[in-house]
Structures are given as C-alpha cells and as structure tokens.
Design a protein around this ligand. Structure first.
Ligand code: MG
Length: 208
C-alpha cells in the first residue's frame, strides 16, 4: 500500500526540541502539556506571523538538527519498507529540504520513496499547501499525522488515517476512517502485515 507519513511529531520528537529551544532562547518554562493547540501562537502568545518567524529561526539552529526520532519508528518503518510504498508528507517548507534530507538519511537510511514538502506555513504568511493534494497526486491510501487539520483534510481522500496522539489533537470527533494511536508500537500492533499477499489488514477491534 501507499503510506504517507508525517515527519514532525510522528517520525520525529519535534515537540521536545521546540520546547527546549523556546525555553532556552526566550526564558519560558513550557511543558509538553501546555501545547493544547498546534497553532503555536495560541501557546506562545503573539501572532501567527511572529510564531511562524520563530519556527523559521528554529530551523536555523542545532536544536532543529538534533531532533530525535520517535521511539520504535525506525524499527517499524524498516519492517514496513519492503512491502509498502512509504512517502514522507511534511508540512515543513522547502527551505528545510537539505537539513531534512540529511536527517532522514541519518536516521532512516533509504526507507522512503519520496519526500514531499507541503509548506503549511509559508514565511510570508500566505496560505500554505494541503496534504490532501499530495494524497490525490500520489494515490496515498494511508496517512499518519498528528494534526487534526491534516487528518480532516486527508480523510475523505484516503482509506485510513492514523492520528498520533498529542496534547493538541484531543477531540471526541474524528473522521470515521481515523484511528488514534499513542505510539509506533501501537500502530504496529494495529496493522497486521500479511507478507504473502502483500496486503495490510486493519484490526477490527478498533473499527467503530
Ligand atoms: Mg506533525
């Protein structure tokens, strides 16, 4: 199957890095659970423009370069890689292409067919791209993301969505084809890989 995988806070522990960066740079005392919105200006204060500028500053730092992969992501993606087409679909801007490619090569070798930059938050404040356009263009069947906005955008166009549980995506309403997961281990348990038929089944226990 063709699987679209988000990068920040799905493959990578980006929240931990941005918290460390923000606290050490701006003297804040933010914790993980303060991030009840992925609209960062709602957490940091200020405007969308100033929050976007902070992110672009963060991209230039070693905090960004040192982001760690999420637990078990490498192991499970190596298991999925031979049987499925894995594509990275990230909201990051193309300005981060070089550092993102190096990071993926360092941590995930050649697990991915292609890296798509959607540029959700352009530096000039204009409206960004949509992940659903990448899903449609590349026939993506499964999407894994931590953003409710991206899940609701993509759900009508894919067979299945997996929402990585994070403080900012707490809601009782999700698209029917979306399953909340807490980590890669749970994703691995939820998906049963049939190597003989090269198909991927969903565990019915989780279907509503
Ligand atoms: Mg993300």
């Amino acid at each position: 199957m063709i699987i679209g995988i988000d990068l920040d806070d799905v493959l990578a522990q980006s929240l931990e890095a941005i918290i460390e960066y923000h606290n050490e740079t701006y003297g804040s005392a933010l914790h993980r659970n303060d991030f009840v919105s992925d609209k960062y200006w709602e957490v940091w204060g200020g405007t969308k423009k100033t929050a976007t500028e902070k992110w672009y500053d963060f991209y230039q730092t070693d905090y960004f370069n040192r982001i760690k992969p999420r637990t078990d992501a490498q192991k499970i993606l190596s298991q999925l890689d031979p049987e499925h087409e894995l594509r990275i679909v990230t909201g990051r801007p193309t300005e981060t292409t070089k550092i993102t490619e190096l990071w993926l090569k360092r941590h995930f070798s050649n697990n991915f067919l292609q890296l798509h930059f959607v540029n959700l938050f352009p530096k000039d404040g204009s409206s960004g791209g949509k992940k659903s356009n990448i899903c449609l263009e590349h026939n993506i069947e499964i999407i894994i993301d931590d953003s409710l906005g991206n899940i609701f955008d993509c759900a009508p166009h894919v067979q299945k969505c997996f929402l990585m549980d994070m403080p900012w995506n707490q809601t009782s309403t999700l698209p029917k084809n979306t399953k909340r997961i807490t980590d890669w281990h749970e994703l691995s348990e939820t998906l049963t890989i049939n190597n003989n038929k090269n198909e991927l089944w969903y565990d019915n226990r989780y279907e509503k």
